[in-house]
Every structure is written in structure tokens, then in C-alpha cells.
Design a protein around this ligand. Structure first.
Ligand SMILES: Cc1cc2nc3c(=O)[nH]c(=O)nc-3n(C[C@H](O)[C@H](O)[C@H](O)COP(=O)(O)OP(=O)(O)OC[C@H]3O[C@@H](n4cnc5c(N)ncnc54)[C@H](O)[C@@H]3O)c2cc1C
Length: 469
């Protein structure tokens, strides 16, 4: 499939007439939308700061008529390069469509525009005694639209599921510019194919999400958290499996390896000793009595399975929040500390996480790289940051990343538990998807986007050199 044409001066002028001051093409506006958190970069030729669904639709009609590419963008916190412009294309910035339209306490739903920050929705729901569970570690900065497009997860996934489990219905602009309402406003619905679930996780390649109806839950009355220290990562992972095997379903079960602990140790409200120590954070929620009892059980299991230290975080919001904010800072600290980093987020069946982490030192030795491991232990979703101190070592880091993906697939896992494929991982897709699956998925893309204008070049490996006709 040939790539769309780069914007030329007459088309930019036409877009300027169509969108007035909402079309941006000054250096600062372009450079502010030229990267995300993947470490990759590509400046757009123009940006539309969309304020209405009608503008989104008009942009896509013009894209089809004039053959240029459009890439939707939320907050740009993605870790796979999914929101980066196609060369010479337009970035469609959705952050100005950021209103919470309704929180319905009777139906337990929220209706929101895509640019709403995840943390803002969670706070607004909380103020009404309601709970929006998906909690990506970037929740203070990422958007609900970006979360839906990547099917974002977070620590709470282990008990509550991912963003997809909370999207009841959505409005979207299809790549052709047509409007569609998919899904339902109800808790259930099985009429026709589930196009809402298809759009969720499609990384901005099948439609632009312009409104979401989200499921809310009653807010849990209490939560309690314990931090358990283990002598090494293997012991920590065995404890994670042990906790679940004995019938507990915590509301979060996260881990940090020894390297991550060294990077964020100064922020923790307690000291972790022991050079190879790994940390497991377990949180339970429900009513006060139940959470206290469950945390005590979890502490007992951790002790039995070799925890060298147990640090109960008080049940008050602030002290739990202190620990979780440290956990949320890990990724940023790694990216600040390393000249080259590739963020992988493989997931393996829970029973294989200990095997997966045991294989990492060999990958490090083979390629001369350093791997930081942390993430959602209860989901088997391990964030691996493969790093090197020198940009010249990028090929070694890439080779190590591919090894990790192959290992995860060998353990029956997947190359991405929550960040998506985007630009960063598209070359590895055939390792995971069969030729039949790839053919069907390309067919779906072609059906919805016959002009190949919406976020081209993402997810699928280029099957031919990308040319501008
Ligand atoms: C410190 C840090 C911690 C993170 N922790 C987590 C985590 O715990 N769990 C997790 O899942 N991710 C995590 N991420 C990754 C990232 O925050 C998520 O992928 C998030 O969902 C991206 O949202 P965004 O608004 O930044 O989207 P962007 O990065 O702007 O875009 C991401 C993708 O969504 C598409 N898109 C955006 N908006 C729309 C729309 N309205 N319609 C259609 N397509 C759209 C884009 O084209 C792109 O493909 C983390 C990132 C950082 C930097």
C-alpha cells in the first residue's frame, strides 16, 4: 500500500481556510507534537487542534480528497510511537476536546470527550462515590481517548480489567470522514458485531474516537497495601503466583526489580536493603474488615514464601498514594537515566513469569545491555526497559528487545500487554501473528480505510519500501 502524499503548500493553504486558527504549522506547535515516550520522533507538517467532531470529519474528508495522512494524538505519553505523524502528514490533536459531559450516578456511567485526562475522570467519578478503575501509571497526563485507542491497562487490571472492559459505547469518525456510533449505553449488548471493541485497541488506525460512554462501579469503601521485599526477583515472582494460587485477587500486584529499586529508592518512604532485592506491592480493596483480613493473609503468604521484610502501608490515602506515586515514577526515571532505552511490555501466562525473569540475565550478557524490569506482576505483564549508556549501542538494544519478545512468545505470551505495536514494534508483528491473521487484519484496515489515510505505517510491517507517489 503506497504511503499518502506529503502536504504541499496549496493543501496547507486549503486546510488553513477550512480550519482557521485551529490549524497550526508554526515551529513550536509542530515540535511539541513530534515525539511521544517511545524515544522515536517525527514532526508533522501541520497540526489540527480539533474542537468538534465536525472538524475531525471534515479533516478526514479532505485527507481522502487530497491524499494526505492524518494521525490522531492524545497527550503523547504512548510508548510505541503510535501518535507520531506520517512523514509530511497532519497530526490531529484531540486534547482540546476535553469535557466530562456527564457522570450518571443512577446508570453508573460517564460520558466523556476523548481529551479528558484519565486522572481527572477518576477524580470526578470519585467525588460522586463512583469508581473508574483503569489506572495507567501515566494517569495524571494521558487521555481517555489515548487509553481507549491503546486499550490501556494499569495496576488495577489484575482485578478490574483493562480500558476495553469499561467502554460501553463510543462515537467515532471513520477514516472516510463518516460518523459512527458503536456499542451501547447499557451494561450489556450483543446486537451485531462489536465494532466498539474493534475500535478500542486499534491504535488510531480504524477511526478517531470523539466520545466515550464508560462503565463506572461503586467506589470501594477501603483499600490496604503492603510492600514485601524478597531476596531476588525469582522469589518475588514465586510469591506473586503463590498469592493468587491461594485464592486471593488483589486490586494491584506490582513489582520492581533491584535496578528499579536503586533508581527510585530515594523516593520510597522506607529503605530496602540487599543488593539483589526485589519489591512486590500488593493492594486489596473492598470494605475495611475484608481488606484488613486479606492483607494479613497476603503478608502471611509472603513471609512463608521468603519475604525478607514486610512494610505495611497505612490504610490512609496519603501513605498508599506515596508508594504508588513512586511506582508511577519508575518509567520516567529510567528514561532520564539512560542514553538509549526501548520500552517493551511483554506479557506471559502468570505461571511463567518466574521463567521469564530468570531468562533475562542471559539476554543481558548476550547483547551487553542492561534490563530494568518492573510492572504488573499479577497480570504477567512485565515492563522491560532495555537500555545502554551510549546511543551507538542502539542495535544491540534492539537485538536484545527482539530476544525478549521471542522468549515471551516461547512462554506462550504476547509482545505487548498494554502499550500496543505502533511504529516501535511493527517489524516484530509476524513473530506473533500468523499469515492468515495478518491478512485478515490488513483486510479490515483496507475495508475501513480504503484511502489509507488514517495513521498509515502503524501496527503492520511495511510489506514494500514506503514510497510517496
Ligand atoms: C510514565 C508512563 C507510564 C505509563 N504507564 C502505563 C500503564 O500503566 N499502562 C498503560 O497501558 N500504558 C502506560 N503508559 C503508556 C501511555 O500512557 C498509554 O498508552 C496511554 O493510553 C496513551 O494515552 P495518550 O493520551 O498519551 O495517547 P497518545 O500517546 O497521544 O496516542 C496513543 C495512540 O492512541 C491513538 N489515539 C489517541 N487518541 C485517539 C483518539 N481520540 N482516537 C483514536 N486514536 C487515538 C494515537 O494515534 C496513538 O496510536 C505509560 C506511559 C508513561 C510515559
Amino acid at each position: 500500500m503506497p504511503m499518502p502524499r506529503p502536504l504541499d503548500a496549496p493543501t496547507i493553504a486549503l486546510l488553513g481556510r477550512a480550519f482557521g486558527p485551529d490549524l497550526l504549522y508554526d515551529e513550536a506547535a509542530l515540535s511539541a507534537r513530534s515525539s511521544d515516550e517511545s524515544g522515536l520522533a517525527q514532526a508533522p507538517a501541520a497540526v489540527l487542534l480539533a474542537r468538534t467532531e465536525a472538524q475531525v470529519s471534515r479533516l478526514l474528508e479532505l485527507a481522502n480528497a487530497h491524499g494526505f495522512a492524518v494521525t490522531p494524538r492524545g497527550a503523547g505519553t504512548g510508548l510505541a510511537g503510535g501518535c507520531l505523524a506520517s512523514p509530511g502528514g497532519v497530526v490531529l490533536d484531540l486534547t482540546a476536546m476535553n469535557r466530562i459531559l456527564n457522570i450518571d450516578s443512577r446508570s453508573l456511567t460517564a460520558t466523556v470527550q476523548p481529551g479528558v485526562l484519565t486522572g481527572d475522570l477518576r477524580s470526578a467519578a470519585r467525588a460522586k462515590g463512583l469508581f473508574y478503575p483503569p489506572d495507567p501509571a501515566s494517569l495524571g497526563t494521558c487521555t481517555i481517548g489515548g487509553n481507549a485507542a491503546t486499550n490501556a491497562g494499569g495496576p488495577a487490571c489484575v482485578k478490574y480489567g483493562t480500558t476495553r472492559d469499561y467502554v460501553l459505547g463510543l462515537s467515532a469518525v471513520l477514516p472516510t470522514g463518516e460518523l459512527i456510533r458503536a456499542g451501547v449505553n447499557t451494561r450489556k449488548g450483543v446486537v451485531g458485531y462489536d465494532l466498539a471493541r474493534l475500535l478500542v485497541g486499534s491504535e488510531g488506525t480504524l477511526g478517531v474516537i470523539t466520545e466515550l460512554t464508560l462503565k463506572l462501579l461503586p467506589h470501594p469503601r477501603a483499600a490496604a497495601c503492603v510492600a514485601a521485599v524478597f531476596a531476588d526477583l525469582g522469589a518475588a515472582m514465586r510469591a506473586v503466583i503463590g498469592i493468587m494460587a491461594r485464592g486471593h485477587l488483589p486490586s494491584a500486584m506490582e513489582f520492581l526489580d533491584a535496578r528499579c529499586l536503586k533508581l527510585v529508592g530515594d523516593l520510597l518512604p522506607f529503605r530496602v536493603t540487599g543488593g539483589d532485592s526485589a519489591l512486590v506491592l500488593v493492594e486489596t480493596d473492598g470494605d475495611a474488615e475484608q481488606t484488613a483480613r486479606e492483607v494479613a493473609d497476603v503478608e502471611g503468604i509472603c513471609r512463608e514464601l521468603g519475604a525478607t521484610d514486610l512494610i505495611p502501608a497505612a490504610t490512609e490515602e496519603h501513605s498508599r498514594e506515596a508508594i504508588w506515586s513512586v511506582r508511577r515514577s519508575v518509567s520516567t526515571r529510567i528514561h532520564e537515566a539512560c542514553a538509549v532505552y526501548i520500552p517493551e511490555d511483554i506479557a506471559v501466562p502468570i505461571g511463567r513469569i518466574a521463567d521469564m525473569v530468570a531468562a533475562l540475565p542471559q539476554v543481558e550478557r548476550r547483547h551487553g545491555v542492561t534490563i530494568y524490569a518492573f510492572g504488573h506482576a499479577g497480570d504477567g505483564n512485565i515492563h522491560l526497559n532495555l537500555t545502554a549508556p551510549d546511543a551507538a549501542l542502539r542495535p544491540q538494544v534492539e537485538a536484545a528487545a527482539e530476544d525478549c519478545v521471542r522468549l515471551a512468545l516461547g512462554f506462550g505470551g504476547t509482545m505487548s500487554g498494554e502499550h500496543g505495536v505502533g511504529l516501535a514494534k511493527r517489524g516484530l508483528l509476524p513473530l506473533e501473528l500468523s499469515p492468515v491473521s495478518l491478512r485478515l487484519q490488513r483486510g479490515l484496515k483496507a475495508l475501513l480505510d480504503p484511502g489509507h489515510v488514517l495513521n498509515p505505517g502503524k501496527i503492520f510491517p511495511p510489506d514494500e519500501p514506503e514510497e510517496h507517489p
